[in-house]
Structures are given as C-alpha cells and as structure tokens.
Design a binder for this molecule. Sequence first.
Ligand SMILES: Cc1ncc(COP(=O)(O)O)c(C=O)c1O
Length: 500
Amino acid sequence: MSNENESNSLGRMCGWESGPDPSLHSHFLSQCLQLLIEKAVFGGTDRSTKVVDWVDPEDLKEKLDLALEDKGVTQADLLRRLNDVVKYSVKTGHPYFINQLFSSIDVYGLAGQWVTDALNPSVYTYEVAPVFTLMEIEVLKVMAKFVGYDQHDGLFSPGGSMSNMYGMLLARYYRFPQVKKRGVSGLGRLVAFSSIDAHYSIAKAAMTMGLGADNVVLVNVDDEGRMDVNHLKKCIAKSRQEGGIPFMVSATEGTTVLGAYDPIMAIADVCQAEGLWLHCDAAWGGGALISNKHKHKLTGIHRADSITWNPHKMLASPQQCSVFLTKHTGLLKDCNSASASYLFQKDKFYDTVYDTGDKHLQCGRRADVLKFWTMWKAKGTEGLEKHIDQLFDMAHLFTETIRKREGFRLLMEPQCTNVCFWYEPPSLRSERSNPKYNMLLNAVAPKIKERMVKSGSMMVTYQPLRSNPNFFRLVLQNSAVNKDDIKYFVDQIEELGKDL
Ligand SMILES: Cc1ncc(COP(=O)(O)O)c(C=O)c1O
C-alpha cells in the first residue's frame, strides 16, 4: 500500500463494514499496533514516565469523549480516542506499579494474547479449537507434574474466584452426586472451612451455590497468618454438633494480604481423618512451585483433591489466566456436563474425548492458554524459575532495607513476596504511647497513597487488618523490579510522608 493511500485511509470514516479489507484497515491496524508498542508497552514501562496520569472522574469524562452517537468517526479520530485510552489508563506493567497481585508486561505473553485475539477462538470443541485444545492438555499436564499429581484432570477458568468455585462444586458433587439432578434442598446444611484470611471468593462461591456465606466457617490464623489447625479441628467438631455437614476445607497457599502459606500436611491429615475434600487455593502463592528454592512452601500440595493456581498472578502471565486442577479424573465432566447435542455430537468423525468444553461451566470460552504457553515456550521452565527467584530476592531486599530504615516497621516477616509494613512519619515517632496513636497511624498510608497517585510516582496498596491500622502491602510479581527500584520505593514513601 502506498503512503498516500495509507494516510487517506486514516482520513476515512470508519464505515459500517466489519470485514477486514487491506486497503481500508491495514494502515489503521499498523497504527494501532504502533501506538500500543510505543505508548503502552515501552512508554508504559519506562521508569521516567508516570504510572498513572491521574484525572478526577468528572474531568476524565470530559477528556474521553465517551458518548456513542448515530454517526461513526474517522479512523484518525478513533486512533486519537484509543490514544486517550492508553494515556489515561494505569500502566500496570510499569515497574512502579506494585499495587495488586498482578503486574508487569511479558512481551511473549502479550504476543500470545494478540495472536489469541486475532484468531478469536472458543475452546469447547476440537472442531473449532484444535490447537488450543491440545495446548491446554499439555500445559495442564506439566502444571500437574509440578504439583506432584500422578493422575489429574483440569481446566482453564476466567480467574481464581471461578477456580475456587470449581473446587467447591467438585467437593459437593463428590460427596452428594445426586445434587446434579435433584438440587440442594435435600442435602442438609453443608459447611465449608477456610481461614479468616482466605480470599472472599470462597464466601462468594458458597453464596452462588446456595450454601450461604454463613456456612463457610472462618478458622483462626496463627501470628503469621496461617490457618490454626487445632482451631480447624474444633470448628469441624462444633459444626457437626450443631447439625452441620462438613464437606470441604479450603487452605490458602499465599493469602491475599499477608502472603501466608497454610500448613497443607497438617490440614490434609485432618481432612483425611474427617473425610473432607481438601481444596488448596494457590491462586497467588502457587508460582513458588516452579522454584526449587521456594517450592517447599507448598509441601504436601499433591494431597489436595483440587487446586487453584493463577499463572496471571505470580507467574506474571497477562490476565486472565487461571488454572484449576484435580486429582479426580473424570469428575469435572460428571459434575458439570449437560451434553448439549447441538455442540457435543457423539457421532463426530474424530475422537470426541478432545471436545473438552462440557466439563466447564461456560459455553464459549477464551483461549487463555496461549499467552502462558508462549511465555513458557520462550523462557523455558528455567526462565520461569529465575523469574520467581528474582521476586523472592527482591522481596527479601525490600524487607532488609526497611528493617534498617528509621520510620519503617514490618507487620510481620514475609512468607511470600508480599511485604506488609507501616511508615511512621517523624511527627508520630514520639507518640507511640499516645492512646490515639493507632488512629493517627491509620491516616498515614491513605494520605501517602493519595499523593503518589496524584503525582503518578508509584502505586502501592494499603489496608487495615483486624486491629492493625492501615499498613502498606508491597507485592512483587514483576521481575523487572531491581535493586534501584527497591531503594526508590522506600525513598518515595519517605519523601511523600515525612511532613505528615
Ligand atoms: C488467594 C486468592 N485466591 C483467589 C483470588 C481470586 O483470583 P481472581 O482475581 O483471579 O478471581 C485472589 C485474588 O487476589 C487471591 O488472592
């Protein structure tokens, strides 16, 4: 295509035709790609740029031109709008975005994501997704090996919350297969157990499945945030006395806030003795399984009946990428299948064992596997292991740095790559015996956060927990974060908070 035609194409109205036409769309798509590469990928990870260009909601509405109108716009106009989308979005791939349990841009994962979107598959039958079906089987097999399963089944789901619900669904079906046809009404009051620091998706799964959130008993944790197994035993006994029917325990391997690893072996012993399903929510902390140095944190995970493990968290795959694994082969299909005859015909010309869709709750399903497979293929298992080791090394460096820096105080020794800490401004350091001290400290993190977001200098989250006033939680899953960045984080927080 000549340059003249290319610029002409951008001046054109986008038009109503949706089919790709090289003379109309090739230049537009190249320009979009260039925008993404320059401004989202490289611009968005450049340390000299802001993590966020903060604008208050009412002002942002003005800037974005969100209104949908009768007439379409030109390609050039559309590009300007997309440019604004990039400009005003948070750059979650930026090394200074340490705010959540996902971050960074893996270029190979991104390439896989782009290929997925260009092909727009739906992974329910081999017929429409031959490559992705086989790829899912392969990746699940390798992940199951890291868990230590000698037999397995599994699936990719749209997030850890859904994977946790798959765990609860299987646990219930395993014990009460009649639930599939007859429903929950005759089952009695089923009770699940997780810790007070478990992710809220466990409660949501219980709400969705008709168990009721009150029937998720929250077991105490020890001083380090790990499930207290003696209390678990007491809770199970109490529940039985009260007429409940305990059916599963969900252990968390890498809790959302503290990064604690629940003791799997001891919990598995309890589950075995009590006849309960053991689900391990390793959505966050499961990445450590890839590291020879850190996998001991999940010792015993092969004893779990089911597991949630999100590559989009610690392994830094692009979102969304969550894996559910179980040692019970065939159970997912038995539990979830509806055998729609328009899709899963039995008289197909190929082996329909490869039509894996019916074990999922979804019908149409995005191929989340490709981005993760692309990363893994590019870096090898050794590359993934180096990534995990780097995260733990940097979390350790941050911990040691703040241990020595006046004004910083650790909430507890980190077990994962979450580091929880307070920053105490000079004005508060002499106020520790003041009865209002906790109230004053509680206000510090939100104020520092406001300042960092408004200046775009970094993003780190904070929260209260039980009686602890607001504290910062730095979470590392971007292995581009280096020693200089660690120093920058500490200096920034001090700089933004020293006058408070
Ligand atoms: C321990 C744990 N489990 C499950 C989830 C839910 O995962 P998702 O956000 O993919 O639904 C989270 C999210 O942060 C989590 O920390």
